[in-house]
Ligand binder design. Structure first.
Ligand code: NAG
Ligand code: NAG
Ligand code: NAG
Length: 484
């Protein structure tokens, strides 16, 4: 019998992020009260067992074990097909085999584990996440989804339920999502979805090795001629689901361990260059300056206003209601100035803009407005401004059917953990990219988010409660039990 567990408890109060959504705060309070009132499990036969020794204890131990598999000394780093990535892939394979899965590695280094039930159809459910990391990473990003999926399948194997599945289930640990080594994200999932361009094989890393070289060094012989063989036939796939840490603070603020993901935001990256007149900080009067630094400052504040109150800017043409810009976020993360000296009025300032939104038309409208306003400001200040588009990706909507199944599964898992009706499972948007984005080019996708402490990710501070790891495993198990 598992010990009672209150999933909606607070973290150390020092880690609590101030709540930005007053409505959520109310929900949070209600949830806290309801879980405090009673925290007993409903427990019965084997169907009702919650398998804490596999879904929590072993899964958590594996997260820590995988978190130590690193190319860095004293920090976590696993980039595409690095020595640590190969070791991590081998470790994941042993866990897959322990769960009764048949394993292999494909032509882009993705690790697969599959259960083929005796009376299954030919359409497989794919469950995945990535085994690579950023530099100085946390141990839950990517790994959590892979390990929870393996644990859930292990429970089905041990209880004999995997033979009753109507569909094959395949867990995929993708070789590259973060894109650290080749500056190109989703190498693994894009190859499986069949959207990885041939040219990617010839992109080089810092040491001059190409993707193809790196594969070859690991005895994987992939060329332009057979890159397309890695692609899955859409007819052989039922759908793709992914469990991932939220990497943001919302679930913590509402006090719920799991959320369903409505979709993944589209994104544009821009580079803005502002040119003025370089000069002596002591001799050029204020009225005679053409200073690109102050112009850049005004542009950055303009961007903030535009993204905080988009409808103040793009409502005049009567189209405002067509855009849903609630999810709009804009960031200036990098500024470069030339010549960058304290006693020189700069000659040029450039900065990056990252714009994300679930609404692709809305994102375009914001960029159009930004460009208009920018030229007005730059003309007024007698500096020249150039806007360059560096990257565009459209938003991805998760499948409505998969989402409602995932929602029921998350609901069931939360209820089994608390013995309480927890109300609605939150629905969130993902501002970060995930393998599900690439997989959406192959099949319908669905995602669950798992609460992480302080919303912190891409940092060794990343942390997920042990009980939340357990809840995530239970949710996958509930999804498989109910829908396959
Ligand atoms: C569980 O996995 C083992 C291999 O580890 C396999 O031999 C066995 O048939 C599986 N059981 C079920 C019910 O799938
Ligand atoms: C590609 O072709 C090579 C050489 O024939 C072969 O060794 C390799 O397994 C193939 N890779 C894929 C992904 O089919
Ligand atoms: C990739 O290269 C192969 C071999 O040259 C070719 O058959 C295939 O059409 C190419 N794929 C694309 C998308 O260009």
């Amino acid at each position: 019998m598992p010990s009672p567990s209150a999933i909606n408890r607070f973290y150390n109060s020092s880690n609590l992020i101030p709540c930005v959504f007053p409505l959520f705060r109310v929900v949070f309070l209600l949830l806290s009260l309801s879980s405090a009132a009673s925290s007993t499990h409903i427990s019965g036969g084997p169907q009702d067992d919650l398998f804490p020794e596999i879904l929590r204890d072993e899964a958590v131990a594996r997260l820590y074990e995988l978190g130590k598999v690193s190319d860095g000394d004293g920090f976590l780093e696993r980039t595409f097909l690095s020595p640590a990535s190969i070791r991590a892939g081998n470790l994941i394979r042993t866990w897959m085999e322990d769960a009764g899965l048949t394993t292999w590695v494909d032509g882009l280094g993705n690790v697969h584990g599959r259960v083929e039930p005796p009376h299954a159809s030919n359409k497989a459910l794919l469950i995945g996440s990535h085994l690579d990391t950023v530099v100085d990473a946390g141990m839950f990003d990517g790994a959590l989804g892979i390990i929870c999926a393996i644990s859930a399948l292990k429970v089905l194997n041990m209880t004999g339920r995997s033979t009753n599945l109507q569909h094959p289930v395949e867990v995929i640990a993708f070789s590259d999502e973060e894109g650290v080594r080749f500056q190109s994200t989703f190498l693994g999932s894009a190859a499986i979805a069949g959207v990885l361009p041939n040219s990617t094989l010839h992109v080089s890393d810092k040491s001059g090795l190409t993707v193809q070289n790196v594969l070859k060094h690991n005895s994987i012989d992939t060329s332009e001629e057979n890159l397309s063989q890695i692609k899955y036939d859409p007819d052989s796939v039922l759908g793709y689901i992914e469990v991932h840490i939220e990497q943001g603070p919302v679930l913590e603020s509402v006090g719920v361990p799991l959320a369903v993901v409505k979709g993944i935001a589209g994104q544009t990256r821009l580079k803005v260059r502002v040119r003025g007149s370089q000069g002596h900080a002591g001799t050029v009067p204020m009225s005679m300056r053409r200073d690109p630094m102050t112009a850049a400052a005004e542009l950055i504040v303009l961007l903030e206003s535009l993204c905080k109150r988009p409808h103040d800017f793009i409502s005049s043409d009567g189209q405002c209601n067509a855009f849903s810009l609630d999810s709009l976020v804009c960031t200036v993360g990098q500024i470069d100035t030339w010549p960058s000296a304290s006693n020189v009025i700069p000659g040029q300032v450039s900065f990056t803009i990252d714009i994300r939104s679930m609404d692709d038309m809305g994102r375009e409208a914001i960029i159009y407005e930004l460009s208009n306003q920018m030229h007005r400001i730059c003309d007024g200040r007698l500096v020249s401004c150039f806007l360059e588009r560096k990257h565009d990706a459209d938003a991805v909507s998760c499948d409505g059917g998969l989402n409602s199944q995932l929602k029921s599964a998350a609901y069931a898992a939360l209820k089994r953990m608390t013995g309480e009706d927890i109300g609605d499972v939150p629905v969130l948007m993902s501002g970060a990219g995930h393998d599900a984005m690439a997989m959406s080019r192959l099949t319908k996708v669905g995602m669950l988010f798992v609460r992480c402490r302080g919303g912190i990710s891409h940092s060794p501070e990343e942390y997920v409660l042990e009980d939340d790891v357990w809840t995530a495993g239970l949710a996958i198990q509930a999804f498989l039990d109910t829908n396959l």
